[in-house]
Ligand binder design. Structure first.
Ligand code: SF4
Length: 682
């Protein structure tokens, strides 16, 4: 066949495939025939064709699809029909499970495809058989309960085929036993491991490599992209299409993954592993007890120095703001010396035991990170420029900062322009990338997102929600609210929200910007309920797990749930159980946070408007996510309350309002209360 004839055949095949995508979404098409309740929607079909074109052109498409567009099918159908290997990444494990178990399975049946699919999670989700063996003899079993849980895990390990800890519901997700029976990149022996062939982590990865469609989450995807984990590095080049759902989360997650860091917990884990493995694998090679005890003592000493420098638990402090750099320098140096001594002992007994040898790259990686901190602290003491300082204007500018917990501390180095690293990684891949979410624009513009993610040249397209928002929902902006900076703001928020929550008979989410506000708003709401003799279940974040609170909310049908940021996204409560969403204020990131502060400073130095380019778009995206909890399908009705006067009082309020769905609007409490009577009659 001549070159022209081959090109014509390829072109004809492409047209056929495109027609098949369009036909799948038509009335009477494959989806209508096989998916119960499927209704043909023009916006869904248009999005599917735009995705198909991007796949055919190996382009980057950034696609916003309003709630109800059906974007999951709109990206899956062209990807599955396009042939080749598909990698789908989601923001949350919940969506990851749903896309794999429900959406892809349904479409494979509906489109009569023969495809192998796989779900791949991060390694910490799978049991590590080697660590499970040694956990029984471990001095570290934290509690009596841990011993019982360990026995349950041992039983589970004999029965499971996947090793996925999510299948073992009787051991809670946050149980302290899990780190002892799962692996990290640092402590996994990989191919040197005696359990490698039967290892759950590597079995899952081999299955994913062989599959046609793999569903991962953004943490795993970015670990791959940032070359954080050698073992998953093969995935990306092998994929013909990459789909990133919940893409609005990428800039934040990318900052974590393209950053670097170390923690005191890593030091104590290393010390404990080195003691156990040194004594077992090379008992006479070194004084393992003394070496590892010195490392633990150095970690404790450093934590103490941070406390003496005024870093209270739960705070985040930029390195240049550290009050006692000389003390910090001594503490970090002691850790490095202890690691150096341990590294020398490990190397001296090299080749005796795979477990002991595996300690070498671990100590080296930690010393590499810590070396950067020693240099940065020295430069700070000298008043000289910091290496990797946050006052660089280049794409690789970073800020170093310390997060402290009750007993630990993490030392971070975070990029100030994570989009640059994301874009570099994208450039190295030649397949199509589809980034999609319901919330990517601010007042209709993709520019802030494209700039944050470093893809200013990407194709963009958006599809509005098919819902009848002006009829289904009301945006209520109460009159005469105090400024959010006023001391009694949370109580005033509760007072303004309560009449509408009461009129709705509960059925409300109250979304607050901070945990402190959650406490105060919920306390005041409880008072109102007592004073007015209303019996409504009041569910407050931290009183139980997120999942248990949401289950109770759905079950009750008349509850009031008060939560902070983790309740603003990824929650789908359909029907009458959720009819009010009250948002206390525009969720601006705290400007004194070390990363936020450094980013603002950097943009200002570059002569850019940090507020309009960074702070406002981030707040609007989160606000849109919070508001998006209210109307989840065409039968939902409800009131969105935003209790922040800046929406109408500040010049930027217009951009915020233009970013929200076109709900009917009122400032009148009576109208908001009456909405529920009208809704009931309707
Ligand atoms: S290969 Fe790694 S994760 Fe698998 S059993 Fe061995 S140490 Fe554990």
């Amino acid at each position: 066949m001549s070159g022209d004839a081959a090109a014509a055949t390829a072109e004809a095949r492409l047209h056929q495939a495109r027609d098949r995508v369009a036909a799948a979404f038509a009335d009477g098409g494959d989806l209508a025939a096989a998916v119960p309740g499927f209704a043909a929607r023009a916006s869904q079909r248009e999005m599917a064709l735009a995705v198909f074109d991007a796949i055919a052109d190996r382009a980057t498409l950034v696609a916003e699809a309003g709630t109800g567009t059906g974007k999951t099918y709109a990206y899956l159908v062209p990807a599955l029909l396009g042939g080749g290997k598909v990698l789908v990444s989601t923001g949350t494990k919940t969506l990851q499970d749903q896309v794999h178990a429900k959406d892809i399975a349904t479409l494979v049946r509906a489109l009569k495809l023969r495809l192998v699919t796989a779900l791949l999670k991060g390694r910490q989700n799978y049991l590590c058989l080697l660590r499970l063996e040694s956990a029984g003899q471990d001095e570290r079993l934290p509690t009596r309960e841990s011993a019982l849980q360990l026995r349950a895990i041992q039983r589970f390990a004999r029965l499971t085929t996947s090793g996925d800890r999510a299948e073992l519901a009787e051991v809670p997700e946050a149980a302290p036993i899990w780190p002892l029976v799962t692996s990290t990149r640092e402590n996994c022996l990989g191919q040197q491991c005696p359990r490698f062939e039967e290892c759950f982590v590597y079995r899952a990865r081999r299955a994913a490599l062989a599959a046609d469609v793999v569903v991962v989450n953004h943490h795993l995807f970015l670990a791959d992209l940032a070359l954080r984990d050698d073992s998953v590095r093969e995935f990306l080049p092998a994929a013909d299409t990459v789909i990133l759902d919940e893409a609005h989360q990428l800039p934040k997650i990318a900052a974590d993954f393209f950053g670097s860091g170390w923690s005191l917990a890593q030091l104590t884990d290393l010390a404990q592993d080195a003691r156990a493995q040194g004594l077992a694998g090379a008992p006479s090679g070194a004084n393992w007890v003394a070496l590892t005890q010195e490392l633990e003592a150095a970690a404790r000493d450093l934590r103490l120095r941070l406390a003496e420098a005024g870093m209270a638990p739960g705070t985040r402090t930029a390195l240049p703001r550290c009050a006692a750099p000389a003390s910090l320098a001594r503490g970090v140096q002691r850790v490095d010396d202890a690691l150096g001594a341990l590294a020398a002992a490990v190397r001296a007994v090299g080749g005796h035991s795979a477990e002991v040898d595996a300690l070498d790259p671990r100590t080296a990686a930690l010393r590499g990170e810590i070396g950067g901190w020693i240099a940065a602290i020295e430069a700070l003491q000298d008043g000289a420029d910091l290496p990797g300082r946050d006052d660089e204007d280049g794409d690789d500018a970073r800020v170093r900062w310390i997060a402290t917990t009750a007993h630990g501390a993490q030392f971070h180095s975070t990029p100030l322009a994570p989009g640059a690293a994301f874009a570099r990684a994208r450039e190295q891949q030649s397949q199509a990338w589809i980034l999609t979410s319901a919330t990517l624009t601010v007042a209709g513009s993709f520019d802030p997102f494209l700039s944050q993610i470093g893809l200013p040249q990407a194709r963009t397209a958006s599809w509005d929600s098919p819902f009848d928002f002006p009829r289904q929902a009301l945006l209520y902006l109460p009159r005469s609210l105090p400024s959010p900076s006023q001391a009694d703001f949370p109580e005033r928020v509760a007072a303004a929200a309560w009449p509408v929550i009461d009129a709705a008979g509960g059925r409300a989410f109250v979304l607050c910007s901070t945990l402190r506000a959650v406490e105060r708003v919920s306390a005041r709401l409880r008072q109102f309920m007592q004073e007015e003799d209303r019996v409504l279940p009041l569910l407050v974040q931290r009183s139980s797990t997120r999942r248990a609170l949401l289950d109770e909310f759905r079950r009750s049908g008349r509850a009031v749930l008060v939560g902070s940021v983790s309740f603003w996204e990824g929650i789908d409560v359909r029907g009458d159980a959720l009819s009010v969403v009250a948002i206390d204020k525009l969720p601006f990131a705290p400007p004194d946070d070390p990363v936020v502060e450094a980013r603002i400073r950097r943009l200002r130095r570059l002569g850019r408007n940090a507020f309009m380019e960074y702070q406002l778009p981030e707040a609007v995206t989160l606000l849109r996510q919070g508001a998006g909890r209210l109307i989840r399908d065409e039968r939902d009705r409800g009131v969105l309350m935003i209790l922040d006067d800046r929406l109408l009082g500040k010049p930027y309020g217009r951009a915020v309002l233009a970013s929200l769905p076109p709900f009917a609007r009122t400032r009148d409490e009576d109208v908001a209360r009456a909405f529920f009577a009208v809704a009931a009659a309707a």
